[in-house]
Design a protein around this ligand. Structure first.
Ligand code: ATP
Length: 302
């Protein structure tokens, strides 16, 4: 791995709250210019990790480096952080609010006003500039808070659940904006439960479950590696073969077919041979790349 291009490195990080370990011995890195998806079910430890990365809390064990250094005020200024619990001043007008956030990051007002106009336009909020934040819908507030994370032109964006509170049209819109930011050589880390969205946006992913990493790497490679072990099957009969835990790890049922996740040691040709031998009527048998959602379910179900 090229250390020069490593924007974030997390090494053997553990975080406890009393007796509860929220993040356990977590290691991963994020390369510059990549979109990195932070995935996992509720309570997996995503927000806890993100809060350690941005320096809100400190790991009990392990080391976090950003741009090759520990977190300092200078490093903090290179990060745009969208927290999970949004923190807008409801009574402030949109413009004043954004000016305030820009000033906190040391952006001169003239430049801040230019950027505010650009971003309000880009996020389709220009007509709300003089309105109070409390007049905005949940989705609009979400977009406003996103603008606040962008005003100092950060090199690294860390977005905790950036799609929450957005309707499907705005999810698509936000995806476009994130893709645009990526094309400017920025690095983006975001957490989400939306696997389809992650699948479309991410270069790399990490999947946490119960405080630990269960999967990480390049999304393409992860999907390709699963492709060898997942079969799209349409057949009648063969129930006993499919129930064989030595061969089949898990099955995702669709309306008229099944996705068969073979055990790592299982082989597709053995499955086919045994189905035929059992007298099953097989009308479709195809190696497929599973969706990220299927991989997610396969990895987190226990
Ligand atoms: P979600 O998708 O639901 O936001 P998450 O993956 O972001 O989940 P975290 O918010 O990191 O999960 O929480 C991980 C676990 O740590 C949870 O069980 C949570 O209750 C616990 N936890 C987080 N913060 C604290 C805290 N300050 N004190 C005690 N427990 C905490």
């Amino acid at each position: 791995m090229d250390e020069m291009n490593t924007t974030l490195s997390v090494e053997h990080v553990t975080k406890r709250f009393g007796d509860f370990t929220a993040v356990e011995d977590l290691s991963f890195s994020v390369q510059s210019g990549r979109v990195f998806g932070f995935l996992g079910p509720n309570g997996a430890g995503k927000t806890t990790t993100i809060r350690m990365i941005v320096g809100i809390t400190i790991p009990d064990e392990g080391k976090i480096q950003l741009f090759g250094s520990g977190i300092t005020p200078g490093i903090r200024d290179r990060i745009g952080y969208l927290p999970e619990e949004r923190g807008l001043y409801k009574k402030m007008k949109v413009l004043d609010q954004l000016r305030y956030f820009a000033a906190l990051k040391g952006v001169a007002q003239k430049e801040a006003d230019k950027r505010i106009d650009f971003w309000l336009g880009r996020m389709q909020l220009s007509e709300w500039k003089s309105k109070k934040t409390t007049d905005l819908s949940k989705g609009m507030s979400q977009k406003l808070q996103f603008i606040a994370t962008m005003l100092h032109n950060p090199d690294l964006l860390i977005l905790d659940e950036p799609f929450s509170g957005l309707d499907p049209v705005n999810v698509e819109f936000m995806k476009e904006v994130i893709a645009e930011i990526k094309s400017q050589d920025k690095t983006i880390i975001f957490s989400t439960h939306l696997m389809e969205t992650a699948e479309k946006l991410c270069d790399d992913i990490i999947l946490l479950n119960k405080s630990r990493k269960v999967l990480s790497g390049k999304l393409r490679e992860i999907k390709a590696s699963y492709g060898k072990n997942v079969i799209s099957l349409r057949c009648s009969g063969g129930e006993a073969v499919l129930a064989d835990k030595e061969l089949v790890a898990h099955i995702v049922e669709h309306s008229d077919e099944k996705e068969i996740f073979l055990k790592e040691t299982g082989r597709a040709k053995d499955l086919l041979a045994r189905l035929v031998e059992s007298g099953a009527d097989v009308t479709k048998f195809e190696s497929i790349e599973p969706s990220l959602n299927d991989i997610f379910i396969d990895k987190v179900k226990t």
